[in-house]
Design a protein. Structure first.
Length: 75
């Protein structure tokens, strides 16, 4: 467990992540992380599982309806 101190950053409030956390997440400066609510509280991840599931569904739909989408793109 890590205790994180909230600090003022301009008109916002933020925190810094310890190097050990960054290494475990596999992220660094400029990367995007996701804070999502879970049944156990909050979860910080480098991947957004919900977004990935939506993107997968979108790719499947585009593959299945490729011809129709091509025709629509011509208009």
């Amino acid at each position: 467990m890590f205790a994180l101190k909230l600090i003022s950053i301009g008109d916002s409030v933020g925190t810094t992540l310890p190097r050990e956390v960054l290494v475990k997440l596999g992220v660094g400066e400029g990367d995007v992380v996701y804070l999502t609510e879970s049944p156990d509280g909050w979860k910080l991840t480098r991947d957004n599982e919900e977004l990935e599931a939506q993107m997968k569904a979108g790719r499947e739909i585009m593959e299945e309806h490729r011809g129709v989408l091509r025709e629509l793109a011509k208009r």
